[in-house]
Write a protein that binds this ligand. Structure first.
Ligand code: SF4
Length: 353
């Protein structure tokens, strides 16, 4: 990259942990840093060593996804100059992310020698975008003094995010949507005309219309739990290998999820919880799947409330089987596999009957 042409003053490697909201925002973050001339490295996929290290470093009370995040950050200490650990408060108006996300930079600094190396903008879109924009400028100023270059990098990163979201709704899992959205990083996305949006719209017919001969399972859960193969014990690929069609909350258009979430008597101001509930209500009311699987994190307060609301709705709606699986670092794989297989058998029997 021509550093001068991009108004870039300082070259460095930025590490992005493959955990938590990586599954929703990595293409945006990576584009922003790359456009500012940084080299971006992502931590490797979660494995036992990484989780064990996270468990050692994090406080006992933390949920498994936070412990996984600690392991990913620690693994980047040797390979990156700076590590991106945003203080995530809110990603939309009038709603918030789990409080654990707000304290991430502080918890990381207390647990490992990362002080002075974290890039930790406060992302809070709950009220307006002005302060968020200042945080973008502050973050970009780590790399360059050019406000124009920072602004351009941010605008490009937003286009890539739009492309990524369309790819998810088009039926892609995050890892392939990430690769596709970042392909042609040297400018292809500047002219993004929404072609994946058209694929997404076509795909919705299959997703929203209801089961055919294939067994469809609606997957409910936090992205960092359901898409992390190690943490989720590969439940999604096991279902696919068994011939199931897997439909996650993220394959549903925002409008569908939001409309269903409005059936709640009160506005649920937790973004992730509202998304899971909206998707669950859609699956249960439209009967567009043969069964629902809710994957939760042990000790997650949000999951216990959302889980209860989903169970009540499943009983009320009556016809769609629901199973919950709670995971933490002590969960035995054999038990999970047996339950998933039994659930699949039950769905198959119901379908053939
Ligand atoms: S929402 Fe639940 S699983 Fe996610 S970080 Fe918070 S406590 Fe952990």
């Amino acid at each position: 990259m021509d550093m001068q042409a991009h108004g870039v003053d300082l070259y460095m490697t930025v590490g992005i942990p493959r955990a938590l909201l990586y599954y929703y925002y990595y293409p945006m973050w990576a584009t922003f840093f790359k456009e500012l001339g940084a080299d971006v490295v992502v931590s490797r996929e979660t494995n036992k060593g990484l989780l064990d290290q996270g468990v050692r470093l994090a406080v006992d009370e933390a949920c498994m996804p936070v412990k996984v995040f600690f392991g990913h950050v620690a693994s980047l200490l040797d390979s990156a100059d700076r590590i991106f650990v945003p203080r995530l408060v809110s990603v939309e108006r009038r709603a918030f992310i789990c409080p654990k996300f707000m304290g991430l930079p502080d918890m990381i600094r207390a647990a490992m020698p990362a002080d002075g190396r974290l890039i930790d903008p406060c992302i809070d879109l709950s009220k307006n975008e002005r302060e968020f924009h200042s945080e973008i400028m502050r973050t970009g100023s780590i790399f360059t003094r050019s406000r124009v270059a920072i602004h351009k990098a941010y605008q490009k990163s937003k286009v890539v995010l739009r492309r990524f979201k369309d790819l998810l709704v088009a039926g892609n899992m995050p890892e392939s949507a990430i690769s596709l959205s970042l392909a042609g990083h040297d400018g292809a996305y500047e002219g993004y005309t929404g072609e994946f949006g058209e694929v997404a719209a076509a795909n919705q017919d299959a997703i929203l219309s209801g089961p055919d001969d294939t067994i469809s399972v609606g997957i409910l859960g936090h992205p960092y739990l359901i898409y992390d193969s190690y943490a989720s014990m590969s439940i999604l690929s096991r279902l696919r290998d068994a011939g199931c069609r897997v439909i996650t909350c993220d394959m549903l258009p925002d409008e569908v999820v939001e409309k269903e979430a409005q059936n709640l008597p009160r506005w649920l101001f937790w973004t992730l919880g509202r998304r899971i509930l909206g998707a669950a209500f859609h699956f249960l009311h439209s009967r567009s799947v043969d069964g629902c699987l809710h994957i939760t994190a042990f000790g997650c307060g949000l999951d216990s409330i959302v889980g209860e609301l989903i169970e009540r709705e499943a009983k009320r709606s009556g016809d769609i089987p629901l199973m919950s699986i709670t995971l933490d670092e002590h969960t035995g794989e054999a038990g999970v596999v047996t339950r998933v297989e039994a659930f699949m058998d039950m769905l198959r029997r119901r379908k053939s009957a």
